[in-house]
Design a protein around this ligand. Sequence first.
Ligand code: ADP
Ligand code: 2DT
Length: 212
Amino acid sequence: MACKRGALIVLEGVDKAGKTTQCKKLVKALELSGRPAEMMRFPDRSTTIGQLISAYLEKKSDLEDHTVHLLFSANRWELVPLMKKKLEQGTTLVVDRYAFSGVAFTSAKPGFCLDWCKSPDVGLPKPDLVMFLQLNPSEAAQRGQFGEERYENSVFQNRVQQRFEELMKDTSVNWKVIDASQSIDNVHTSIQDHSLNAINAAQETQLGTLWK
Ligand code: ADP
Ligand code: 2DT
C-alpha cells in the first residue's frame, strides 16, 4: 500500500512574529514524535533565482517591482517538484513564508492589486494549514530593531499586515490565527495542536491546488 502523504504546513506573519523560531521547534517536535518533517523557507536564497532575490532584498541590486514579484513566484515553482516528492514520500513540510507573503508584500506597494499579485501563484500546492502569527507592531518592536534589508520598516510592515488581513478573509484557505505575543512555548503548543490535526486530515485527502 502507498504510504500516507505528509502535510503542507505554512507559517506566515509580519517580521519578528516568531515564524522561524516556531518552524524549527515544530519540525523538531514532529520528528521526536516519529513523524518525518522538514523545514523549507521562501525565498529559498540558495538557487540561481533565489540569489537574484537575495541581492534585491540586501539592496545590492534594484529590480522592477513586477519583475521581482514574478521572481519570488518562480522561486516557489522551481521547488514544487521537490515539495511534491517529499509530501508523497510521507514527509510533512513546514514552510517559513509562502505565496501569502508574496501577495501581501507586493500588494503593499503602490499600484498593485491582490488579484494581479495572486495570479502567478495560482496552481501551486495548496497548504493543508496556514498559521498566521499575529503580533502588533509595538510588541514586534520590542523583539529588536529592524534590520537593514528592504521592506524592514514599520510603515511598510503595517501595510503588509493590512494585506494579510484581506487574504485571511478567503475561506478556501485553512487559516488559523495564532496569538504570537504569548511565550515561545505557548505559541508552540497551539501550533503543534493545529499541525497534528492537519497531518491527520492530510492522510485522508489529496493535496489541493492554491487559488483555483
Ligand atoms: P520571524 O521569523 O517571524 O521574523 P523570529 O523567529 O526570527 O521571527 O524571531 C524574532 C526574534 O524574536 C528572535 O530574537 C526570537 O528569539 C524572538 N522571539 C520569537 N518568538 C518569541 C516570543 N514568543 N516571545 C518573545 N520573543 C520571541
Ligand atoms: P526573510 O528571509 O527574513 O523571511 O525575508 N517576500 C517574501 C516577498 O516580498 N515576496 C515573497 O514571495 C516572499 C516569500 C518578505 C524575506 C523578505 O521577502 C519578502 C520579507
